[in-house]
Design a protein around this ligand. Structure first.
Ligand SMILES: [Mg+2]
Length: 414
């Protein structure tokens, strides 16, 4: 029985416990049963509009017991995150509940002047003027904070625009992305909810109806995710973090002995937000030394590499990236391999964006030019004896080099 496998249960609210003003079938009695079995029950909602106490009162009206400390709403969690980052003032696009949580955390909510942060919640009163002001303040240097990424919220009448829809409008107009997004599937709210629990992986489970927020968020923090759904969900890759560990039609199935749950085991890579194509070049000089560049951003050595521009062929991309990085004119002659191992090719960037690269690696010939950069280590580009490669060579690139030097026939795929 699912219930026996876990001690701490995190529940999403909309679509799991209630929909609008109605509790969902079997939610009330299942939650009461969990409590009487001594389980910890917490609620995590991305809805940034209500305060924690408003959520507690709403649950009480539906006959569901919940203390304020057991409720983690994205508005409250955002207020906590502002406080933790020492933000002193904010312009808030959102409900009175969100504004009240932020004030409660000791952050001044201001309508004019220059706030340190712009917080996006969004509710039915959000207007063009709010979005316009948020865009101006963000372009003026205020920190762009999103309460959650949900593009819509469910209602009995159908979906309504969520904070994610307002964030998308501001992002489109300002060409800036949020510096932080607090709600599920990001770890902030999970971390706040799990602060008091020692064992953060083994006996904790998230139960939600949205694979892209509830299940992905659970798996990112290393806990099991159970999906409440009456229809099966499918993802193309069996490594997808959004695949639930069990699917149940409603909460009464937590007590059904026929339902089994997979044990979630976190892979070694972060969940990529997107996948991008790239190229890499292995370039040897007459002495069979290999050209490496020092990555300024990471202080690591690598073979020349980069992205593919729109409308560009792969061979053009190889030549362009090499000339941009080293000043050397080369031509790609032989495909070494196509690589997209998530364990080594998912890179995390500031603002927590993770990108998985698919890289076509080519052996290249030098077309008569000379290396423009001075060939010392400090210059950022130099030829090295393959037997004496510098420390701090990207492990993936080391593999590409050894595949090249092993002289295997293309194409082989990793
Ligand atoms: Mg939901």
């Amino acid at each position: 029985m699912l219930v026996e496998r876990f001690d701490v249960f995190l529940f999403d609210l909309d679509g799991v416990v209630y929909l609008g003003d109605e509790p969902l079938p079997h939610a009330r009695e299942s939650l009461a049963r969990l409590r009487s079995a001594g389980k910890a029950v917490l609620f995590l909602t991305n809805d940034p509009r209500p305060t924690r106490s408003e959520v507690a009162r709403r649950l009480a009206r539906l006959g569901i017991e919940a203390r304020q400390q057991e409720i983690f709403a994205s508005g409250w969690a955002t207020a906590r995150c502002l406080k933790q980052s020492d933000v002193r003032s904010a312009y808030v696009v959102g409900s009175p509940g969100l504004i009240s949580e932020i004030r409660e955390a000791g952050v001044e909510v201001i309508e004019s002047g220059h706030p340190e942060a712009v917080v996006i919640g969004g509710d039915e009163r959000t207007s063009y003027a709010h979005i316009e002001r948020a865009v101006r303040l963000i372009l003026g240097g205020a920190r762009f904070v999103a309460t959650n990424p949900d593009s819509s919220y469910p209602t009995p009448e159908g979906p309504i625009p969520g904070a994610g829809a307002v964030v998308a409008a501001i992002q489109a107009a300002s060409n800036k992305r949020p510096a932080v997004t607090v709600g599920k599937p990001y770890p902030e709210m999970f971390d706040l909810a799990l602060e008091e629990f020692e064992d953060k992986t083994g006996r904790i489970v998230m139960v939600g109806d949205n694979p892209s927020t509830d299940i992905l968020g659970a798996h990112r923090v290393g806990i099991t995710g159970i999906l409440v759904s009456r229809t099966p969900v499918r993802f193309r890759s069996n490594q997808d973090f959004r695949i639930p560990d069990a699917v149940i039609p409603d909460l009464s199935f937590l007590f059904d002995p026929r339902v089994s749950v997979r044990a979630w085991k976190s892979p070694s890579f972060s969940w990529p937000d997107r996948v991008e194509a790239g190229v890499a070049a292995v370039i040897l000089n007459r002495k069979n030394e290999v050209l490496l560049v020092r990555r300024v951003d990471r202080d690591l050595w690598s073979v020349p590499s980069g992205g593919i521009e729109r409308g560009e062929s792969i061979k053009e991309a190889v030549s362009r990236n090499v000339i941009e990085e080293t000043g050397l004119k080369v031509a790609a002659t032989r495909l070494i391999g196509v690589y997209s191992d998530p364990a080594s090719q998912v890179f995390c960037y500031p603002a927590r964006e993770a990108v998985q690269f698919i890289t076509c690696c080519f052996l290249c010939v030098i077309e008569g030019e000379i290396l423009q950069a001075v060939d010392t280590e400090a210059s950022g580009a130099a030829f090295f004896n393959p037997e004496k490669l510098p420390a701090g060579l990207l492990p993936t690139h080391s593999k590409w080099l050894s595949d090249t030097l092993a002289g295997r026939e293309p194409p082989f795929i990793r």
